[in-house]
Design a protein around this ligand. Sequence first.
Ligand SMILES: Nc1ncnc2c1ncn2[C@@H]1O[C@H](COP(=O)(O)OS(=O)(=O)O)[C@@H](OP(=O)(O)O)[C@H]1O
Ligand SMILES: Nc1ncnc2c1ncn2[C@@H]1O[C@H](COP(=O)(O)OP(=O)(O)O)[C@@H](O)[C@H]1O
Length: 529
Amino acid sequence: MHRQAGGSDREPGRRTAPVFAPGPDGLAHLELVLNGAYPFPGFMGREDAESIEVRGRLLDGRPWPVPVTLEVPEGLAGEDRLILTDPEGAPLAELAVGEHWKGSEGDEAAPVVHRLAGDVTMSRPAMYGALRELRVTPAEVRAQRELDPTAHQPLLAVVTDRPLHHRALHQIRAEADALGRDGGRAEVLVIIDAPLEDEGAASAVLAAEPLLPPRSVFVVATLPRSGRRGSGPFGGEWTERDAALAAHVAAAYGATHMLLEAGGRGPEVERVMALRPPLTVLDPEPWRYDSGEELWKPFTSVDPGRARREPSDDEVENELAHGRELPSWFTPARVGAELARLRPARTERGLTLLFTGLSGSGKSTIARGVCDGIRRAGRPVTLLDGDVVRRMLSKGLTFSREDRELNIRRIGYVASEINRHGGVAVCAPIAPYEAGRAEVRAMVEEFGDFFLVHVATPLEVCEARDRKGLYAEARAGRIPDFTGISGPYEEPVDADLVVDTVDADPAESVAAVMAALREGGWLPDPTST
Ligand SMILES: Nc1ncnc2c1ncn2[C@@H]1O[C@H](COP(=O)(O)OS(=O)(=O)O)[C@@H](OP(=O)(O)O)[C@H]1O
Ligand SMILES: Nc1ncnc2c1ncn2[C@@H]1O[C@H](COP(=O)(O)OP(=O)(O)O)[C@@H](O)[C@H]1O
């Protein structure tokens, strides 16, 4: 987690500070402190953080919506200086620790969290992460506008973590017109909230540039919102505190007004304004598509019977997953094309199929049949069978919990590499622990899709089959940690498909999996070829 920074001889005789790479939220806060988007010089102490939680204000009375804190491992809690680095270990800033404080997150049983507060000083500008050239500082944007003598119009910030479809674009143009002074229109600054480590929906947002008022400016920022981001390019849920934080950042860029694009389902603007952001958060008039006139119009002028419902984020994801074009009344063609590039059809995305179940449940038998089917459907496929993996990749590992977790991690790694190149990996280990399966899911979803099949054959049936005589041995006490007998099997609660092998023969079980893959769009539909 941390190590001593080598070779820092700037101040001879002074002990070298340990280095620490903050987690995603800590890093996002750090970037906003360093680029001047936040009006304070570092991470907050306990009193400020508690004051924000209780009354939405810093101790000195300034409204502020979220604590800006830095979690550190316990081993760093006693330090008085820290070098904060990016995830690759390059120094970003030095933290002069003013306070160490700890607390538990939520209930008493939760582990103690250690935090350090204090001012940060930039070591060198950040280089890591995606879209660096678009991560322009607030001061740069303000200076650019000051150079322009015609820039006397209000500045409307549009903060978005998702693509701008027709509705949002109409709303933005209408608001920019309404806010304009002297017959002009407000200028537009699009703040794309993208993760630090990848581009998120940024390229799809940028694709809408020609559809926004001329001279609209685009910047990328990462707003910290723990646990919000989904894996798709459609953004996540915004709370009113998230929205208020976005408003503070937008104001730092010089914005006078903000419109949050949250897919039409953002937090109530009144509740955001109650947190006293430093600019006006707009509650734009809803726009609807009038299917009679084939036009987008303000809600009030559309006959409710003719207002077409917008597809939900899930529906958009589903259309893209099946390789279908998004409807042109909903998405501008250029945005749709970029989304199709960001989210290729499932037939082209990597896929990991993980079969989990007791020994003898039928994993290998079904996995073999499914591999044949996938190959026949024209996709490259690799089978990572439990027994075979144990003879090769995981030779020498035992059946302790630790070794089983290592086994599944290795399988997950190989599967994710197969997925990175668009291939299908079919894995058939017992994978008895929820944590191990979740780890594989996370590894795989970086590059492809994950599909969990629970081969839910009851223990009695597996034991009666006892193909390898192992159950008898285990019952006789000769195999320790035998899954289902002397070792645990945690039933999955997140299986995408549960297969019954009691009332079905192998061919039927294979067919059930193949049907699910076809239905989900991972295999070409044979009727369409
Ligand atoms: N203690 C114990 N518990 C469970 N299974 C045992 C054990 N010892 C050996 N075997 C044989 O190893 C096969 C399971 O290996 P896996 O790599 O799939 O297991 S795990 O995912 O690491 O839990 C499993 O194969 P399958 O029957 O194909 O599941 C068994 O044949
Ligand atoms: N519907 C079914 N699907 C898979 N296997 C089945 C089914 N019905 C009976 N079986 C039998 O159950 C046994 C499963 O063994 P195997 O596939 O090696 O399981 P595992 O890999 O889970 O240990 C095989 O002998 C297979 O013929």
